[in-house]
Design a protein around this ligand. Structure first.
Ligand code: AP5
Ligand code: MG
Ligand code: ZN
Length: 209
């Protein structure tokens, strides 16, 4: 968990490899629906472009279905879900019904001005979704993904107005989810201001302790 630009999409794939558990990003799932012009994608796009949350019923349905896939049976790493208390409650219920539970909620904490700089310079591979930063972590060849040679793209919702709204939405709707996990002694906070490698080291150390 963490505000837009905290590094969820940078750290989750690394953790996924480290723990051999699938990385499930609701933002990536929604962007795939938008790219495919599916009904769900068309519905979600208006909310996403404005930086608003897609309605809970849509998101809960999406995750409950994803949890039932074979590769999710030994656990998954969620990125960007839950983002409202209603989503957190629905996730707990779905896991309880299948005999599981949340192990940990990890919050990546980063100052506001740093977040704004990160989002303004972000470029994402259209193909494999790897995030780059034009200043902090540029690709070896401009405009091209190091991993798959895919084309790099800037996200629609990284425009300044949408970023402002996404931060507001985080404070209003997602910060209470951190309290939800804190109250259940499941919340672990790590400092996300250091380099991606350093953040990953603190993430792994924090989880193993
Ligand atoms: P989503 O895709 O989840 O976006 P977000 O939460 O706004 O977060 P970001 O992906 O922008 O940030 P990140 O933390 O992944 O940062 P990243 O690693 O890329 O959601 C998008 C939209 O989908 C939502 O607004 C909503 O509409 C909808 N949605 C999704 N889930 C939903 C849900 N559950 N309910 C309702 N609606 C939902 O890093 C950012 C940049 O910083 C990159 O350029 C990166 O290279 C750089 N960077 C990362 N770490 C570092 C570092 N340590 N040092 C320097 N640079 C760094
Ligand atoms: Mg992300
Ligand atoms: Zn790529």
């Amino acid at each position: 968990m963490g505000p837009p630009g905290a590094g969820k999409g940078t750290q989750a794939p690394r953790l996924s490899e480290h723990l051999s558990a699938p990385h499930v990003s609701t933002g990536d799932m929604l962007r795939a629906e938008v790219a495919a012009s599916s009904n769900l994608g068309l519905k979600a796009k208006t909310f996403m472009d404005a930086g608003d949350l897609v309605p809970d019923d849509v998101m809960i349905g999406m995750i409950v279905a994803r949890l039932q896939a074979d590769d999710a049976s030994d656990g998954i790493i969620l990125d960007g879900f839950p983002r409202t208390v209603a989503q957190a409650v629905a996730l707990d219920e779905a896991l309880y019904n299948s005999g599981g539970s949340i192990d940990l909620a990890v919050s990546i904490d980063v100052d506001r001005d740093v977040l704004i700089n990160r989002l303004a310079g972000r470029a994402t591979c259209k193909n494999c979704k790897t995030p780059y930063h034009l200043t902090f972590s540029p690709p070896a060849t401009a405009g091209e993904c190091d991993k798959c040679d895919g084309e790099l793209d800037q996200r629609e919702d990284d425009q300044p107005e949408a970023v402002k709204n996404r931060l507001k939405v985080f404070d209003k709707q997602t910060a209470p989810v951190l309290d939800y996990y804190r109250g259940r002694k499941k919340l672990l906070s790590i400092d996300g201001a250091a380099s991606p490698d350093e953040v990953f080291t603190s993430l792994v150390n924090a989880i193993s302790s």
